[in-house]
Design a binder for this molecule. Structure first.
Ligand code: BGC
Length: 449
């Protein structure tokens, strides 16, 4: 293959992965934007505390629902077609939320936005993994995580810049634009060759693989895929070999650890954490929160660069160790009165260390591994299970954080998340496999040995 052909294939793949990662951008934007918008929505609709909680958690409830049907739909109708429908749902539901005339209307629209997020959070990494070559799959799939972090930062800035007018309809409604671009982009992208092959479109699958990976690699991959689709459509129960069980435990375990180590207490409640630390001016708290958001994006670039070089396992273990250390220090800063005068700075620096550690490990690696470790015959449904666990755990943490702070205080709450981190480290050390530079079929074959 000439150097030029190789470059244009790389470029095509990066564009394809980039467009599909707009699903991640919407995930980040729509989960982040509500933190600022809610203040104005509450005033306009005169919401009770319960209604405020409902508006905020509506997306999470929707996402659990979306994740529950995503795998089945992705296996039945194809990854690309499903993403197209989801882009339409994102567009309409964002528009519906922005135009809401009352609280009930807003809550229903936000549940629908959540449904779209739940589906795309799973199908986007799945789709990218299935079109990517083994050598750069880590980076390409993690473009989705990068897009999530960018979506979160953009939502912080949009909230901040519209705060003076209080225009919450624009805050929420701006999601329509990336949603429409996402849909338009998907119109021009190919279906996953692996899904096509499994569903009998062998010629088309080979054509697409040849186009994106070149004729030699395509031929090798198609032979490999062929070996692994002998069992056409097994039910999950029929597929329960010991290694599938282990892979399910890994997916569910990492899903729960990704959330129960507390990332979204920082993403959703950072201004409040800074308030506990004695920073009472709103503008300073918002500035500190934006710094956290930007660090999250920058550190994700490091992950993208390292995932296919260093591998998934070392990054996961190093990042988890950093998360445990920073949570221990954060807890200590709140616990010991000695640090009282420096609490603001200590909080900011330990949170920065925490977010960097998350962004190079559990953040991207959870979504990456669940797109890699399941056999093709059940990939969609198995990923669904891990994704449901992730959204449920997210919901539990979001609903319990403030109560934990009330009952245990900030120090013990952060230590609790740190303790979960220790369990996550041990779990990962003993169970998580390395998948660097292996094709999805080689991973499947290795597990089967
Ligand atoms: C998690 C989200 C989190 C985000 C932060 C994602 O991997 O699934 O819950 O908000 O990372 O960057």
């Amino acid at each position: 293959m000439t150097e030029q052909a190789r470059m244009s294939r790389h470029l095509y793949l990066a564009i394809a992965a980039g467009f599909s990662a707009l699903g991640g951008l919407l995930f980040g934007y729509d989960t982040g934007v509500i933190s600022g918008a809610i203040l104005f929505i509450r005033n306009q609709f005169m919401l009770s505390t319960f209604q405020v909680e409902m508006v905020i958690s509506a997306v999470l409830f929707g996402a659990v629902g979306g994740a529950s049907c995503a795998g089945y739909l992705a296996d039945c109708m194809g990854r690309r077609k499903l993403l197209l429908w989801i882009a339409l749902l994102f567009t309409l539901a964002s528009l519906g939320s922005a135009l809401a005339a009352n609280a009930a209307w807003l809550i229903v629209s936000r549940v629908l936005v959540g449904l779209a997020i739940g589906v795309s959070s799973m199908v986007t990494p799945l789709y990218i993994a299935e079109i990517s070559p083994a050598a750069s799959r880590g980076m390409l799939v993690s473009l989705n995580q990068l897009a999530i972090t960018i979506g979160i930062v953009v939502s912080y800035f949009v909230d901040y810049s519209l705060a003076s007018t209080g225009d919450w309809r624009w805050m929420i409604g701006l999601g329509v634009f990336p949603a429409a671009i996402f849909g338009l982009g998907m119109l021009f992208l190919p279906e996953s060759p692996r899904w096509l092959f499994k569903n009998g479109y062998e010629e088309k699958a080979l054509q697409i693989l040849t186009f994106i990976h070149g004729p030699l690699t395509a031929q090798e991959e198609i032979e490999d895929i062929h070996k692994h689709v002998k069992t056409p459509r097994a039910t999950l129960v029929q597929s329960m070999t010991p290694w599938v069980k282990r892979a399910l435990v890994i997916g569910i375990g990492l899903a729960i650890f990704q959330q129960m180590t507390g990332i979204n207490t920082v993403i959703y409640y950072a201004p409040m954490i800074f308030e506990f630390a004695g920073i009472h001016t709103a503008s300073t708290a918002i500035l500190a929160t934006s710094i956290i958001g930007i660090v999250n994006v920058l550190a994700t670039f490091i992950a993208l660069w390292l995932l296919d070089r260093l591998g998934r396992r070392p990054l996961l273990l190093i990042g988890l160790a950093g998360m445990i250390l920073s949570l221990a220090l954060l807890g200590a800063s709140f616990h010991f009165s000695y640090f009282k005068n420096h609490l603001g700075w200590l909080t900011l620096s330990t949170l920065i260390l925490y977010v960097i550690s998350f962004a190079v490990s559990l953040g991207p690696i959870f979504w990456l591994l669940i797109s890699e470790i399941y056999p093709l015959s059940i990939r969609g449904r198995a990923m669904s299970i891990a994704t449901i666990a992730n959204w449920l755990a997210n919901l539990v943490v979001a609903l319990t954080f403030l109560t934990l702070i009330d009952y245990l205080g900030p120090a013990s709450t952060f230590w609790l998340y740190g303790a979960v981190g220790v369990v996550a480290w041990i779990f990962s050390y003993f169970l998580v496999p390395e998948t660097k530079k292996m094709t999805l079929e080689q991973i499947e074959a290795k597990w089967n040995q």
